[in-house]
Design a protein around this ligand. Structure first.
Ligand code: GDP
Ligand code: ZN
Length: 326
């Protein structure tokens, strides 16, 4: 509710005429920078109990949230949060039921990878894809530093990426150094809220600076520090790109951080396997040893790529080890 001004003539711009809608682009824990639909940045507090819609979270409002703001211009308050189309979370403390929402309403999760210097392993890419599937975020796989590849290596990479294209993921090759593929990368990012992930050194900051020199991302600043119990709070931030669109920076987490999966759900997050699951002989098939497994047959025919299946096995193995520690 806005303050009433006894002597207000009604012409001063002391209060909002109506509620404003905006998007949270930065959070510091207690204040939130909200970019309104009219392009203004308001530094808002929160008032009252905001419905968190079923999520037990340590932070009621996250970067990427669409919110309603009201109040004086010098003291605007977030009064409502719109339903999120997706969000990424991190459990605040190990085994805690409370989560920390890192970012919401992402349009695209981009895996930035490199074949050489450093080498990104397929299993790292697939884990990212699986997490994105679980979070309902579309995936793009971008290979940078193609200037370092021989003709032969480029062909190999193209075959490798063909697997992802067939799964339905957007793929792209580029070089921040030579400029190749950067127009396509711009097109991919334009108008979207994207998450940039990938190993340190693959060129995330360099690419962003090439796309938008005004952004001035510190090289190495798009952090990928290992997720340890030491980080207690992490605040993401949205950077606006001059080409249109935003990139979400999530300091302190690598990719999506730790996503916990149950063994039975993993295959469902591989889209090419998901379609085959009803054809397995056993409904609780783990697609490892079982007879009449449709996934394994598809691996044999090449319909499901061997690298993807390996990643699947790798993830199942991890889940099993994880469970034995409980
Ligand atoms: P980040 O950790 O993912 O943000 O990676 P950086 O942007 O810090 O880049 C790591 C190193 O790779 C830097 O020395 C960049 O100059 C270099 N680099 C980035 N993109 C390319 C590229 O396309 N080709 C080559 N050869 N080097 C690149
Ligand atoms: Zn099976």
């Amino acid at each position: 509710m806005s303050k009433t001004h006894l002597f207000s003539t009604g012409t001063e711009n002391l209060t909002f005429a109506k509620m404003e809608r905006g998007r949270v682009i930065k959070s510091t824990g207690s204040r939130y920078a909200v970019e309104t639909e009219s392009g203004e940045i308001l530094y808002c507090g929160i008032r009252g109990r905001i419905r968190t819609r079923g999520i037990r979270s340590t932070n009621p409002v996250a970067v990427g949230d669409w919110v309603k703001v009201e109040g004086d211009r010098d003291d605007p308050v977030i009064v409502d949060i719109e339903k999120r189309k997706n969000y990424i979370v991190r459990r605040s403390v190990k085994l805690s039921k409370e989560s920390h929402i890192i970012a919401a309403n992402l349009d695209l999760a981009i895996m930035v990878a490199t074949m050489l210097h450093p080498t990104t392993l397929p299993v790292f890419i697939d884990r990212f894809c699986v997490a994105a599937e679980a979070y309902h975020i579309p995936v793009a796989v971008v290979f940078n530093k193609i200037d370092l590849l021989t003709e032969e290596e480029r062909e190999l990479l193209d075959d490798f990426l063909d697997v992802y294209r067939r799964v339905g993921y957007e793929t792209l090759v580029c070089s921040a150094t030579s400029g190749e593929g950067l127009d396509e990368l711009s097109d991919l990012l334009r108008g979207k809220v994207s998450l940039f992930s990938g190993h340190s050194g693959v060129g995330k900051s360099t690419l962003l600076n090439k796309l938008d020199p005004k952004m001035n991302v510190r090289v190495g600043a798009i952090s990928e520090a290992h997720l340890t119990g030491k980080h207690t709070t992490t605040f993401a931030e949205m950077h606006r790109l001059s080409i249109g669109g935003y990139v979400v920076d999530t300091p302190g987490i690598r990719g999506f951080g730790l996503v916990h999966f149950e063994t039975e759900e993993i295959a469902g997050y591989f889209p090419e396997m998901r379609a085959l699951l009803p054809d397995c002989k056993f409904h609780n098939c783990q697609h490892i040893q079982e007879p009449g497994c449709a996934v394994k047959s598809a691996v044999e025919t090449g319909e499901v790529a061997g690298t993807r299946y390996n990643s699947y096995l790798n993830m199942v193995e991890d889940t099993e080890t994880e469970e034995s520690y409980r």
